[in-house]
Write a protein that binds this ligand. Structure first.
Ligand code: SF4
Length: 488
């Protein structure tokens, strides 16, 4: 612990944002990270707790007190070594993780948590600037071949771990670029895709082969899942060619809203809009791209994906943006003694909300209205909890004008194709059935086929995907070699 009285002397400092009017003109990142001296003071606020709840609150178990202390002492190079020891991609989590570690921070019991995420962000950005992030190719090759199906954060983390331990890893991705939801779900203004490209280069130098535009199995007819595949491979081909296969295809099946009028034009899943915009930002051409210019936009779903639709619609120049959440409005402040160290239910206002958005809570959509086949509005009713169930409140029916409706109500499960192609058993929610407690975890019912990330656990945070990718890599390594030195 660097500064014994740091938490008493210094206030928490938030990262800065570019002004709204400036950031709405483009799709660039707008968070202004902490300067070195600011990060040092924020590091000094850490109490180096005997039981650091931050560490267990973090899904990858980042060794947070240690890197806080190293930043306080100005030893940034060792800080990135500590950070990388548990997290392959801190530049992803330092930007888009909601930071459950901060909810768990002991200071958060009755004060402002240590700004762990902003310190992480500062460490990794500095490490890249200084050239400290280097490829780490394996000294010895094992001669074993591993296929990873799905190039999202779980697949990338697993690929890096497996390549560094000496296996020949090939990542198969159905889209034209790897990154999964990071690439085609998270808007560029939240995370610039250069961060993924830089990691891909590093991993190529570590021996990972990336095969993009390749679909394993077949997508169901009419699927709205982003897919720019030009080549199809069968599960049999992969099983014959590789010693192990790890499925990390995500949970891409969006939750639908099957109410009257759902088939009207102008109603889209969030994951139709967001991938298109990111592709266009990077010089791609999208036929009949969804646009919000001058439109009254309704976003249904109050989570992060909904918030990303709000930010994207405002950058298009929407006439108005309204976001519906079916749950009641949570309190602005959580009841800390009741919730700490867990993730609290409280009102979260994102940077996209600050850019212009009306938020409606406890609203359920009953029907879409339209003219000439196009959506023109919605009929809603307010809802409340009664006996543990959401019920409609009589007399609260309302109509809203809408030219564009975006459905952002989460993801129900993986698109079954890949799992079906391999004959992988599913759990009750349609995810790949593979436990993490077995001697070798992440194993499916199919010989030498493993599953991890959202495809196994259901939709979750990028930091959980990285954790699963790292742990699944160890499981695959144990399976191939009999034992593993990769971290658990
Ligand atoms: Fe530091 Fe908070 Fe972790 Fe304690 S819980 S070690 S104060 S970051």
């Amino acid at each position: 612990m660097g500064k014994v009285t740091g938490f008493l002397e210094y206030e928490r400092l938030e990262e800065g944002y570019e002004p709204v009017e400036k950031r709405l003109k483009n799709y660039k990142e707008f968070v202004i990270g902490l300067k070195a001296d600011e990060a040092k003071i924020q590091g000094a606020r850490c109490m180096d707790c005997g039981t650091p709840f931050c560490n267990s609150g973090c899904p990858v178990n980042n060794i947070i007190p240690d890197f806080n202390d190293l930043v306080y002492r100005g030893d940034w190079q060792n800080a990135i070594t500590v950070l990388h020891s548990t997290n392959n991609f801190p530049e992803f989590t330092g930007r888009i993780c909601p930071a459950p570690c901060e909810a768990a921070c002991v200071i958060n019991v009755n004060g402002d948590a240590v700004g762990i995420k902003s310190i992480e962000h500062a460490i990794i950005d500095r490490a890249w600037e200084e050239g400290w992030v280097k490829p780490q190719p394996a000294a010895l090759k094992t001669g074993k071949k591993v296929a990873i199906v799905g190039g999202g954060p779980a697949g990338l983390a697993a690929a890096q771990q497996l390549a560094r331990i000496g296996h020949a890893v090939t990542v198969f991705e159905k889209n034209d670029r790897v990154g999964g939801l990071l690439r085609y779900g998270i808007p560029d203004f939240k995370m610039d895709k250069a961060h993924i490209d830089r990691r891909v280069k590093q991993m190529e130098l570590e021996g990972v082969v990336f095969r993009t535009n390749v679909l394993v199995g077949e997508l169901p007819k009419g699927s709205k899942v982003t897919n720019w595949a030009k080549e199809t491979l069968s599960a049999e081909q992969l099983k014959a060619e590789f010693d192990a296969v790890l499925l990390t295809g995500g949970a891409e099946q969006s939750r639908d809203l099957p109410v009257p009028g759902r088939d009207l034009a102008g109603i889209h899943f969030a994951m139709e809009l967001l991938p298109q915009q990111n592709k266009v930002n990077h010089g791609g051409k999208v036929k009949d791209a969804i646009r919000a210019d001058g439109k009254h936009v309704i976003v249904i779903g109050g989570g992060d994906t909904g918030s990303d639709c709000v930010g994207t619609s405002n950058r298009h120049g929407a006439a108005s943006v309204t976001q519906f959440e079916v749950m009641p409005q949570p309190p602005v402040e959580e009841n800390r003694p009741l919730t700490w160290p867990y993730w609290p239910l409280k009102l979260r206002t994102s940077s996209s909300h600050d850019e212009g958005c009306v938020r409606e809570f406890a609203v359920s959509t009953k029907e879409f209205m339209g003219e000439n086949g196009k959506v023109t509005g919605l009929k809603t009713v307010n809802v409340e909890f009664k006996d543990g169930k959401l019920v409609e409140i009589a007399g609260t029916e309302k109509t809203y004008k809408a030219d564009l409706v975006l459905l952002a109500m989460g993801f129900v499960n993986p698109v079954a194709t890949v799992l079906d192609a391999f004959g992988v058993e599913k759990d009750g929610r349609g995810n790949a059935k593979a436990g993490v407690d077995a001697a070798i975890g992440y194993r499916t019912n199919v010989a030498k086929v493993f599953a991890a990330g959202d495809m196994r656990r259901g939709q979750s945070l990028v930091v959980w995907a990285i954790r699963e990718g790292r742990q699944a890599a160890r499981a695959v390594d144990e399976f191939l070699m009999g034992s593993s030195t990769l971290p658990r």
